[in-house]
Write a protein that binds this ligand. Structure first.
Ligand code: ADP
Ligand code: ADP
Length: 227
């Protein structure tokens, strides 16, 4: 099943063109790594896919839906979650509250609990530190928390921007190991679908927080340009 289709994508920052004619297809359950030197446009691609920065040409489809012109929070509603560069967590909130924010808006409480439990299964270190302030976690743990927060929205497509940046080699291994485990749990969060199916006939729609750090808010282009 094709999850993501990108056709001939162009992205500009004002007069400067950062991406020309990017086309790619990603299947459900697939893990894709985008590599390139600094300035190649990796973050630009991630931000365009997440709706943080609007593409100037071409087309993006997620699960068949055209998301090219949608703002971030609506792209999120199509099952796309992004973990931006730099471990965006809320340091003065607990680990659990950080996770809850990832699904805060629409989920019923039982749904929160199921999702937190599943994130804890994937990241046992987060379970051990559930009540601690996120700012007290190590760098590697903070990155896992950022990823866990994104997973709370049960995305079909998880975008990670430089997830291992600034981490010690052993933590880099942990983060990529976690990514492999996430991918192995199946496309479109089949892990939680299994849980959901026990209670509801179909999984709930993806949850989207317009102001949480993980589903990008609909930022005006001026904001993206002021980097
Ligand atoms: P990478 O993530 O591969 O290092 P980026 O996507 O950050 O690359 O950058 C791609 C190109 O776009 C670079 O030339 C960069 O200077 C430019 N660029 C990135 N963000 C902005 C921005 N907000 N405003 C203007 N130019 C930008
Ligand atoms: P890493 O190798 O991931 O960078 P650190 O040396 O930063 O690990 O942290 C080692 C352990 O100490 C981690 O379990 C982390 O949760 C804990 N820790 C780090 N900083 C603090 C802090 N300021 N307060 C409490 N515990 C901390």
């Amino acid at each position: 099943d094709t999850l993501l289709e990108v056709e001939d994508l162009d992205v500009r920052y004002g007069d400067a063109q950062a991406l020309w004619g990017v086309s790619l297809t990603v299947g459900a359950g697939e893990t894709v790594c985008v590599v390139g030197p600094n300035g190649a446009g990796k973050s630009t691609l991630v931000n365009a896919l997440a709706g943080v920065h609007r593409a100037s040409g071409g087309r993006i489809r997620v699960n068949g839906a055209d998301t090219t012109a949608l703002p971030g929070h609506r792209v999120c509603a199509h099952g796309v979650a992004v973990v931006p560069e730099g471990r965006r967590i809320f340091p003065r909130m607990t680990v659990t509250d950080n996770l809850m924010l990832g699904a805060y808006r629409k989920a019923a409480r039982p749904a929160h609990r199921e999702s937190v439990a599943t994130v804890h299964e994937l990241f046992p270190r987060l379970a051990e530190r559930a009540g601690q302030l996120a700012g007290n976690l190590s760098g590697g743990e903070q990155q896992m928390l950022a990823i866990g927060g994104a997973l709370m929205a049960r995305p079909a497509l998880l975008l990670l921007d430089e997830p291992s940046l600034g981490l010690a080699p052993v933590r880099v291994d942990e983060v990529y190991d976690a990514v492999q485990r996430i991918a192995a749990t199946g496309s479109a969060w089949s892990w939680s679908n299994r849980t959901w199916n026990a209670r509801w006939p179909s999984p709930p729609a993806p949850i989207c927080s317009a102001r949480g750090g993980w589903c990008p808010p609909a930022r005006p282009p001026s904001c993206a340009t002021a980097r």
